[in-house]
Write a protein that binds this ligand. Structure first.
Ligand code: PBG
Length: 326
C-alpha cells in the first residue's frame, strides 16, 4: 500500500499546533462600529429588522461610545437621522446638525481614544431619499459634489477624523479633498465607499436610517453587482483622487472584489459588512438554524482572509465579546 505523500492533518493535530499555523486572525482592533444617532428623541429606538441595533438620542451617545472603547474597538462610524429633510439635504451640513453635534460631543469627552468616522451622504437628509441632489428628473452629479464637500467640511469643523463618502457620485473624493484642504483640514482623512454596489442587502439599513428612495432606485449611481472590472475602476479613481482608505461594500457576497483590491492596490482596504448580512445571521440564529457566535466569527474571519484590513460591521460589539472569551 502506498502512503499519502503529503499529510496536511499533521498540522491540525492539537489546538496549539492549529494556533501556530493559523494564517488569519481577528481582533476587536479590526472593527469599525456603526452608531446611529437621531435628532429630537428622548429614548432609544430599536431597529426592528436589526436585532440589538438601536437609534440613540444624542444624550446616550457618549455612554455607547464608552462601551465601544472598553471593548477595544478603535473606530466608530456615525450615521445621523435628522428631524427635518428637504430637497437640498441642508440638515446634513448644518453646524448644529445631529451628526455635527454627536461628533463634537464625542471628541470633547474622549479626545483621541477613538477614531471618529462619519458617513457623508445625502439620502438620510433629502426629502427624496436619494444620495444626490435632484435636478429636473435626474440626479445632478456635480451639484451633489458641492453639497457633499460642504457636509465633509462641516464634519471636519466638528472634529471628525475621517469622512466616509457613500453617495457614489463621480469625483466625490477629489471634491471633498479639495474642500477640506482649502479650509485647512489637511489631516482629515477620507475613507470612501469606493465600490458600493446596488445591493439588496441594504434594506434593513433603510429601516435603521430612514433613507429609502421615495421614487426610483439607486441604479444610476451604485455599481451593478455583475461588474468586477467596473468596481476596480471605482477603486482606481478614488486612489487617483487622493483617497486614504478604499472600501468594498457589501462584504460577504463581494469577497472576490476585496481580494482583488488587496492584490492590485497598495492602499488600506476596508470592507462593509452591511445590514442585510447582519440581519440574515441574526434571524437564522434566533430560529436556531445556525450558531450565532460560530457563524459570526467565521464570516468576519473570511472577510479578513479575503484581504480586508478593517471591517465596518454591526457585529463589532458582539464579536468583540466573543473574541474576549476565546
Ligand atoms: C447611504 C448608505 C446606505 C448604507 C450605508 N450608507 C444605504 C443605501 O445606499 O441605500 C447601507 C449600509 C448597510 O446596509 O448596512 N448612503
Amino acid at each position: 500500500m502506498s502512503f499519502p505523500t503529503r499529510r496536511l492533518r499533521r498540522l491540525r493535530i492539537s489546538d496549539k499546533m492549529r494556533e501556530l499555523v493559523q494564517e488569519t486572525t481577528l481582533s476587536p482592533k479590526d472593527f469599525i462600529c456603526p452608531v446611529f444617532v437621531q435628532e429630537d428623541i428622548e429614548d432609544r429606538i430599536r431597529v426592528q429588522s436589526m436585532s440589538e441595533i438601536e437609534r440613540l438620542p444624542l444624550k446616550d451617545v457618549n455612554e455607547e461610545v464608552g462601551k465601544i472603547i472598553d471593548l477595544g474597538i478603535p473606530a466608530i462610524m456615525i450615521f445621523g437621522i435628522p428631524s427635518k429633510k428637504d430637497e437640498s439635504g441642508s440638515s446634513a451640513f448644518d453646524e448644529n446638525g445631529i451628526v455635527q453635534k454627536a461628533i463634537s460631543q464625542i471628541r470633547e469627552k474622549f479626545g483621541d481614544k477613538i477614531v471618529i468616522m462619519a458617513d457623508v451622504c445625502l439620502c438620510q437628509f433629502t426629502s427624496t431619499g436619494h444620495c444626490g441632489i435632484i435636478n429636473g428628473n435626474k440626479i445632478d452629479n456635480d451639484v451633489s459634489l458641492e453639497t457633499l464637500a460642504k457636509i465633509a467640511v462641516s464634519q471636519a469643523r466638528a472634529g471628525v477624523d475621517t469622512v466616509s463618502p457613500s453617495a457614489m457620485m463621480d469625483g466625490q473624493v477629489l471634491a471633498i479633498r479639495e474642500a477640506l484642504d482649502d479650509e485647512g483640514f489637511t489631516d482629515v482623512s477620507i475613507m470612501s465607499h469606493s465600490a458600493k454596489h446596488r445591493s439588496n442587502f441594504y434594506s434593513p439599513f433603510r429601516d435603521a436610517a430612514e433613507c429609502a428612495p421615495k421614487f426610483g432606485d439607486r441604479k444610476t449611481y451604485q455599481v451593478p453587482y455583475t461588474n468586477a472590472r467596473e468596481a476596480m475602476m471605482e477603486v482606481e479613481s478614488d486612489i487617483e483622487e487622493g483617497v486614504d482608505i478604499v472600501m468594498i461594500k457589501p462584504a460577504l457576497s463581494y469577497l472576490d472584489l476585496i481580494a482583488e483590491t488587496r492584490r492590485k492596490f497598495n492602499v488600506p482596504v476596508s470592507a462593509y459588512s452591511v445590514s442585510g448580512e447582519y440581519a440574515l445571521v441574526k434571524a437564522a440564529s434566533q430560529l436556531g438554524y445556525v450558531n450565532e457566535e460560530d457563524i459570526t466569527l467565521e464570516i468576519l474571519h473570511s472577510i479578513k482572509r479575503a484581504g480586508a484590513d478593517m471591517i465596518v460591521t454591526y457585529f463589532a460589539k458582539s464579536a468583540s465579546k466573543f473574541l474576549q472569551k476565546s
